[in-house]
Design a protein around this ligand. Sequence first.
Ligand code: NAD
Ligand code: UDP
Length: 327
Amino acid sequence: MLDQHQRIIVTGGAGFVGSHLTDKLLARGDEVICVDNYYTGSKRNILHHIGNPMYEMMRHDVTFPLYIEADNIFHLACPAAPIHYQHDPVQTLKTSVHGSINMLGLAKRLGIRILQASTSEVYGDPNVHPQEESYWGNVNPIGIRSCYDEGKRAAETLFFDYHRQHGLEIKVARIFNTFGPRMHVNDGRVVSNFIIQALRGEPITIFGEGLQTRSFCYVDDLVNGLIALMDSPADVTGPINLGNPHELTIRELAESIIDLTGSASKLTFKDLPQDDPMQRRPNIDKARELLNWQPTVAFEDGVRKTIDYFDTLLSGNQHPTKPNGQV
Ligand code: NAD
Ligand code: UDP
């Protein structure tokens, strides 16, 4: 029998989502090349694959060209948490724009399929709710979130222009807030922040009044959606929303995490960051119809698994990664 396995490049493969995606691809028998500069990712996330002949790590910054061979590309490289992507905004924009051009160029040379990890941030602070893919968004082009939002919007443009101009097979996923084990301990994203604060018995930092909403997807569900999109027929280009429509205010999220951790932490209120979106919930009809995909992990179950992860990490059985992502 012919060996059907594919060699798959995962850019950003040492990060939170990329490492879970790698686990799943290897488990189904594919070969994975992780391309990552460890800006926010960590070797710790993928240590369990070292020594596996089907796995290869390349320290490489996607803003530089790459010449290797593969069957398809999951392009995830980009810092995703506001404090990380705002740390060096010019590099963030370069990563989305130059990085996408380089990976699209690689896909074009090889004649292979490429998937872009885009984001619900392309909708900005949306005045349409829930968000469908046909909505063009409400994004500030010059604010502190713009390096990420506009970078991802430009990347989507590049993907569709390579598709129209060069006939490249593209897949664009608009990912909504995702959480789970291996989120960076210092990245300031709300689920990890609240869990860590609750486990340490520290005040839970609510930005603004906590009435803004987000819809949280467990990472295993997201990864299944990304794979379903990559494996979908060629005419399914997206953009396609991947997320869990289970919507919560940030205050409800805090209360739920206090409850699930049994913590004595109290709420404390801080200024709302500039351009912080007020509401966000995906319409996932397209994903249901075209990919036969929808999330299956209940929010509380996902949060419990994430609490277990951070509990182990904080109790000293593992050392948290350093801020630069090095082990
Ligand atoms: P992450 O920060 O954990 O992972 C990003 C990875 O990309 C890291 O390993 C980092 O080192 C790597 N990277 C960054 N810049 C690079 C560069 N120039 N060259 C090579 N590698 C580089 O973030 P994540 O949550 O795993 O997000 C993965 C992707 O999914 C990102 O593209 C992000 O925009 C997208 N996304 C994530 C979410 C979410 O909620 N997690 C939501 C929307 C979109
Ligand atoms: N947030 C908060 N406290 C925190 C971290 C975040 O209230 O300690 C809020 C933040 O202002 C935003 C929401 O939680 O309204 C989600 O923030 P996150 O950075 O996780 O994701 P994003 O804003 O990119 O969706």
